[in-house]
Design a protein around this ligand. Structure first.
Ligand code: OGA
Ligand code: MN
Length: 211
């Protein structure tokens, strides 16, 4: 009998191809229903569990050494993924396949993904920013995977994407959706959420030159 849990390689390839084409053409890519809903549900439960165990830290802004916490600018609490559960490993394996394809077709030389769970409590958001800036230019491609169930338009918490100062897209943080964009070209913000908002944010990066 067919194993329905194994991803179909052709479907996977088509999904990755769509991301690559959209990144080339518009510098961002929106992918509803990218992830299996069972995986999304498991990852959301792990994040809620971490929050209950007080294992999330207030997120910071700025470069290493002079990092500051400013809840008014960035209101999420985070926990870095470490591959300690089967669900995290499945997520990281899927992203690793995407990294390989991005490198194969776009010659980006991506070496690793750093990714964290994020929880935005009601009333929080993240003001407009770029993920890759002068002091942190190793981040090349941002990914955001949403873990929420049945998000509604009036729940707030939308991701707003800009390009060349023009608003380009508004994305509801619906479970299963994967957003990708070029880290140094796409300013974006998280509108104030009215519900607990769960996600994974990650960055494909190149390695630091040593010496
Ligand atoms: C970030 C970020 C967007 C989102 O963590 O840098 O912009 O929709 N997240 O959660
Ligand atoms: Mn960001």
């Amino acid at each position: 009998m067919e194993n329905l849990n194994l991803p179909d390689p052709l479907a996977t390839q088509l999904k990755r191809q769509k991301i690559i084409e959209e990144l080339v053409q518009q510098r961002y890519s929106l992918n509803p229903n990218y992830f299996d809903l069972d995986l999304v549900t498991t990852l959301r439960r792990e994040l809620i569990q971490l929050a209950e165990e007080d294992a999330l830290c207030a997120a910071r802004i700025g470069k290493d050494g002079q990092r500051t916490r400013r809840h008014s600018i960035r209101g999420d609490a985070i926990h870095w993924l470490n591959g300690s559960t089967p669900a995290q490993r499945a997520f990281l394996a899927e992203m690793d396949g995407l990294q390989t394809e991005l490198n194969r077709q776009l010659f980006l030389g991506l070496e690793e993904l750093e990714a964290h769970f994020a929880h935005y409590a009601p009333g929080s958001g993240y003001q407009r920013h770029l993920d890759s800036f002068q002091n942190n230019n190793l981040r090349r491609i941002t990914i955001v995977a949403y873990l929420n169930e049945a998000w509604e338009g009036d729940d707030g918490g939308e991701l707003q994407i800009y390009h060349e100062d023009k608003p380009m897209a508004t994305v509801l943080p619906q479970g299963g959706t994967l957003v990708c964009f070029v880290s140094e070209e796409i300013p974006h913000q998280v509108a104030t959420t009215r519900r607990d908002r769960y996600s994974i944010a990650g960055w494909f990066r190149v390695r630091e030159l040593v010496g």
